[in-house]
Design a protein around this ligand. Structure first.
Ligand SMILES: [Zn+2]
Length: 315
């Protein structure tokens, strides 16, 4: 028998139909739409300080901007480098979300990887945080600057809007900082990673925890202050998460060993939706940095990554 709907019964069905459509949309966004969740902030700035050791940071007497970020944000002084505690290996892990067994860089100089990538994206490189941002936000403005050239091999430069290498930049860090300020003010990037090299160079020439080492950290602190001011000038400070960390620490005039002074760098997370004055309790490894940035931006982690977001740092 054919069922005949009266106008009244159709009217009564409208709320049910709306409910059904809403349910279908909900299921679609929850399970079918790939890779996105609710972002915790609209912008992330990752400030990378090569050779920034967690050990003896208390002896740094003149770093007011870093202290402000630490006191107003979430911090661990026990973020571990991956092995070995060398630069290329750890910059790769910081950006690529995996350890050396997957990204293949095992020595200090990241120009060539010693193992094949365990997975390659369309650019022929292991996916970095920049790659996955580009997949989810195709038109997003992203930037990466560095004073140590090999960083260009581990960030997937083809996936980044603005890339700049500052040759000999550690001596002119204040000038470089002027470029960073301009970039932030003009482009308001969704994700920006300025990476500084001079602290590591000072450690190698004058010694980690020497007066010169802390003096150089003070120069970097001034630059961090200028980056914060540029975010305010750009009108995005209140919507930004700032992360400051290092690739490794050091001792005497080197690093790369199993000494805990080499193995641990601070991880400071500050800004929108970040817990204030909070000591991060869970263990953190270098590759968790990439995962945390993705988490803040509402991006689901790629299956090939191994890092986990530091969720406890957020409200
Ligand atoms: Zn380094």
């Amino acid at each position: 028998m054919k069922k005949v709907h009266s106008l009244k019964s159709i009217r009564m069905d409208i709320p049910k139909m709306c409910l059904r459509v809403c349910s279908i949309l909900l299921i679609f966004f929850a399970f079918v739409m790939p890779g996105q969740a609710q972002p915790l902030a609209k912008h992330v700035v990752l400030i990378g300080l090569d050779g920034w050791a967690a050990h003896d940071l208390d002896k740094a007497s003149d770093i007011p901007n870093i202290r402000m970020l630490m006191q107003g944000g979430s911090v661990t002084m026990h973020k571990r480098s991956v092995l070995p505690s060398s630069s290329g290996v750890n910059w790769a892990s910081m950006f690529m979300g995996v350890g050396p067994e997957s990204h293949g860089f095992t020595t200090w100089d990241s120009e060539k990887h010693d193992l094949p990538f365990s997975f390659k994206n369309e650019h022929g490189i292991f996916p970095s945080i920049f790659s996955i941002i580009r997949e989810i936000y195709p038109n997003a403005e992203t930037g990466c600057t560095f004073e140590w050239e090999p960083i260009k091999y581990v960030v997937d430069t083809l996936a980044i809007s603005y890339v700049e290498y500052f040759p000999g930049g550690a001596d002119r860090v204040e000038d470089n900082c002027t470029r960073l300020e301009q970039y932030i003010r003009e482009h308001k990037p969704l994700f920006f990673a300025p990476c500084f090299d001079g602290l590591d160079g000072t450690g190698h020439s004058k010694g980690w925890y020497s007066r010169d080492y802390y003096d150089y950290l003070t120069r970097l602190d001034r630059c961090i202050g200028r980056i914060i001011q540029a975010l305010k000038d750009a009108g995005i400070y209140d919507e930004t998460v700032i992360i400051v960390t290092g690739d490794h620490g050091g001792h005497d005039k080197g690093h790369g060993t199993l000494a805990m002074e080499d193995m641990e760098s601070p991880l400071v997370i500050f800004g929108k939706n970040v817990r204030q004055g909070y000591q991060i309790k869970s263990p953190v490894v270098q590759y968790d940095v990439a995962a945390t940035i993705a988490y803040v931006l509402g991006i689901e982690l790629p299956q090939v990554w191994r890092g986990k977001p530091v969720k406890e740092a957020f409200r």
